[in-house]
Design a protein. Structure first.
Length: 317
């Protein structure tokens, strides 16, 4: 039964994230919201909804290891697994001006995450700081949008039919969004319940489960979106999705979860995983600055690093 709950949770999370993105971006287009802001806000929150639901469920269930490990592990998976696999399918090119903005925000958010994790306890005021920083990033993106056309990739995605047909009514899109939220919340409940049972039954720490199984499950919407974008030669969409989702994971998910329920950080995350996340983020920026393209061999390196990371986690468990 536990394995069925685990599988069902992952499936519902993937479906919920997909429905939420399709519905919410369609609503934004009907309301005349700019594609860039739709990508940064609605799409970003949409693909991160599974992580938010899972972390909140874990926090209320008294499993802070899963709540914090889910965010850190999801960011590691976003880069090593998702960008790695996507780049192996198709090299990922990105607009330098856009990545200078979003890459800077990613590095600031990552360093902020390292800072709060090293305290050993994420209090409510830390969550407020992260949320304020996220609001500042959105305002920064809005102001910079006036002079750029960095949203072209998202616009192409809409024109290709990746989000929703223009003929779809707004109330249908609202219903799709609500259905996506419901599926994500139910899937998160299934996944956390199964993960806690597995952790207790195998003698594995909750932090390790959160960093691996739960993090991978909640990263499925990003993985699907990035692979599809790579297949359609929209490398900037794939990179933007992973980078934007990682910023939201830190600022929104840790922030909201800490404000609602302060979190204790497991020692194993402080010893290893937070540094892995920081190192991977720095390596991503370095790779992208060499020609503003994430090449196939670089993707293979990232995928191999993720396999090594999982092997280390298995040996620790």
């Amino acid at each position: 039964m536990t394995y069925l709950l685990l599988l069902g949770g992952i499936v519902l999370l993937a479906i919920g994230g997909e429905l939420l993105v399709r519905g919410s971006v369609g609503v934004a287009r009907h309301m005349g919201v700019s594609p860039l802001l739709a990508g940064l806000t609605i799409v970003g929150f949409g693909t991160s909804a599974p992580e938010l639901a899972t972390s909140l469920q874990a926090a209320f269930a008294g499993s802070p290891g899963i709540a914090v490990g889910n965010v850190v592990g999801s960011n590691i998976a976003n880069f090593l697994l998702i960008i790695g696999v996507s780049a192996m399918i198709m090299p990922l090119a990105i607009t330098p001006k856009a990545f200078k903005r979003d890459g800077s925000a990613l590095m600031i958010a990552t360093l902020a995450c390292v800072g709060v994790v090293m305290f050993g306890f994420i209090d409510r005021w830390m969550g407020v700081v992260l949320l304020v920083a996220l609001a500042g990033y959105i305002i920064w993106a809005f102001l910079s949008e006036r002079d750029t056309h960095d949203s072209e990739a998202i616009r192409h995605e809409q024109e290709e039919g990746d989000v929703a047909s223009p003929e779809t009514g707004i109330w249908t899109l609202v219903a799709i969004s609500i259905g996506g939220i419901a599926a994500a919340v139910i899937g998160a409940d299934f996944l956390v319940t199964a993960a806690v049972d597995l952790a207790r039954g195998w003698g594995v720490s909750e932090a390790v489960i959160g960093l691996t199984v739960v993090a991978f499950g909640t990263s499925l919407p990003e993985l699907v979106a990035c692979v599809v974008a790579a297949l359609r030669n929209h490398g900037d969409v794939a990179l933007g999705n992973a980078v934007g989702s990682s910023i939201y994971n830190i600022c929104a998910i840790l922030g909201i979860t800490a404000v609602i329920h302060p979190l204790e950080v497991p020692p194993e995350i402080m010893r290893l995983d937070i540094w892995v996340m920081l190192g991977v983020t720095v390596l991503l920026v370095v790779f992208l600055r060499t020609g503003w393209t994430f090449k196939r061999w670089e993707g293979a390196v990232f995928a191999a690093l993720y396999a090594g990371y999982l092997a280390v986690q298995a040996s620790i468990a």
